[in-house]
Structures are given as structure tokens and as C-alpha cells.
Design a protein around this ligand. Sequence first.
Ligand code: NAD
Length: 289
Amino acid sequence: MSNAPTNASAANIIDGKALSETVRNSLRSRIAVAGRPVRLDALLVGDDRAAGIYAMNQASTCAEVGIEYVLHRLPAGASADDIAGRVLLLNVDDAVRALMVHLPLPDGVDTERIQSLISPDKDVEGVNPANIGNVVYGRRSLVPCTALATLEMIESTGIQLRGKRCVVVGASNIVGKPIAVLLMRTEATVHSTNKFTPELPALCRTCDVVIAACGVPQLLKADWIKPGAVVIDVGINRIDGPDGKKITVGDVDFAAVRGVAGWISPVPGGVGPMTVAMLLRNVVDAALR
Ligand code: NAD
């Protein structure tokens, strides 16, 4: 059992569903005020079932806020050059203002190369490395949606990040690193950590903001957390529940950490729905620029 000091009361919950609904409402208003059509173009290659379902869900999510959704398809046998060629055509099409490529791409296709071909101004998932480079330089940029979601959720607590100590557990190109870069932009002091970081629990315990994005179920325990800290759980892991059925958990031991943290985001219902809302916001930003 953990000896960590605990809060007298449980942490405040950062409700990703409620926050995402607020974002969606403001997007509906922006689209109505702009009086111009807003559209997301997506490229789906092959017949991966999960990607197909995701694309269908995305179409209805877009429709709910008034965004038109155009799905471009290529067959499973499409070569890397076919896919690259389609992306380049969409880049130069003036009707296309917001573009994303569904994953996975067929075996043998270099996903990062395809992503780096998406025009940075249309790259609503922020997967072209040029976009994260723009963030580093403080320029206007389309930022990866999970990183944006994480920042929005931290800021929803009212914490002033300048001068605060933050740790990001996990440093992947698409999740952990962009979160660390966005936090640096607020003039927080940011520790970017990975599976080789020594004495990680002790480091986390010194931090006012802890972001878990490592993909290890319930890794962060109560004695990793400074009392009152803001804890954002980006992880999405499927594990066996107590009755043998699969359940979804994050990278934080929610039940235990909730007694120590000041604020905590749940999984599910935390970063996930906000990530979807941030994609929609990037689409509106790109379309109405
Ligand atoms: P990844 O496997 O690409 O990267 C994991 C990172 O965590 C690496 O930097 C690795 O060094 C680090 N790490 C692994 N084990 C660690 C340990 N024991 N201690 C410290 N660091 C460790 O994963 P990813 O794609 O960045 O995803 C991370 C998590 O975020 C996963 O659970 C994933 O499902 C989730 N995710 C959520 C969203 C969302 O919208 N909520 C989006 C993308 C990913």
C-alpha cells in the first residue's frame, strides 16, 4: 500500500466530455457566423475494418457541428506513389482546406513520408513535422490534437502554467513530445521523460502538473503524485477487468491517485473526447483561415 500523503477530499474531475461539448458549441457558432461551408477531406486506403468504422463515425461527428465530410478512397493495392500522388493532388485543390490521412496505410508504405507530404496549412492532425517545428518557433500552426486536448484540459483547471514544474511521462513523436513543446511555450519548466528516465516516481512527485502518456496501464501510482497536482491521463489501454471482461484504463492508477491529486482526468471520458473536439477545431481553423 502507498504511504503517499492524501488529500482530505478526492480530486476534482476534469470532465473531457463536458469540455468537448463546450468546444463543439463554439465551433457551431463560428461556422454559422462565418457563413461559409467548412469541410474535412480524408483519405482512406484499403479496406481495414476499424479504419472504415472510424471514418464513418467521423462523418457523423463532423455533421453534428456542421462540417461537411468528403472521404477519398484508394484500393488496398495502392502503391506509395499512388498515395503520395493523391495527397499532392488534394494539396493543390483549393476546395480542400482541411486534410487528413487515415491509418493504417498498406504494409510497406512509409507512413511518416506520406504524412510529411500533407500541406502544413491543411494538416489538421498536425502530423507533418513542419507543424511541430512551427510550434517550437511560436508560429501559427496546426498542432497534434491529443497535445492540444491535454493543454486545454490543464488550462480548464485555472492553473497558471508559467513557472510551474511539469512532467510528461512518455515522449513519442505524436503524443509526448508535442505535449512537452506546448508546455514549454507557456514558460513552464518541463521534464520530458521516457522508459529510461531514472527515478521517475521521485521526479513526478516534485511536479505541479503530471501528464501520463506512456501506454503502460495504471503505471502512475498515488506515491508518484504531489498532493494537489493536476494529473492528465492520456493513456488508453484495454485490460482484463475483475470479472474477466475487457475494460479501458489509462496510464494512471485512477482510484489511488484521485485521493492525492487536486485535479485528475478520467479514462474513458477524459482526453479521448477532447482529442476529437480538437480535430474539429483544427478543421474549422484551417477552413476559415
Ligand atoms: P508510444 O508507444 O509511441 O510511446 C510511449 C512512450 O512512453 C515512449 O517514449 C516510451 O519511452 C515511454 N514509456 C514506455 N514505458 C515507460 C515507462 N515504464 N516509464 C516511462 N516512460 C515509458 O505510445 P503513444 O503512441 O505515445 O501513446 C501513449 C499512450 O497514449 C497510449 O496509451 C495510447 O493508447 C494513448 N493515446 C491516447 C490518445 C488520445 O486521444 N487519448 C491518442 C494517442 C495515444
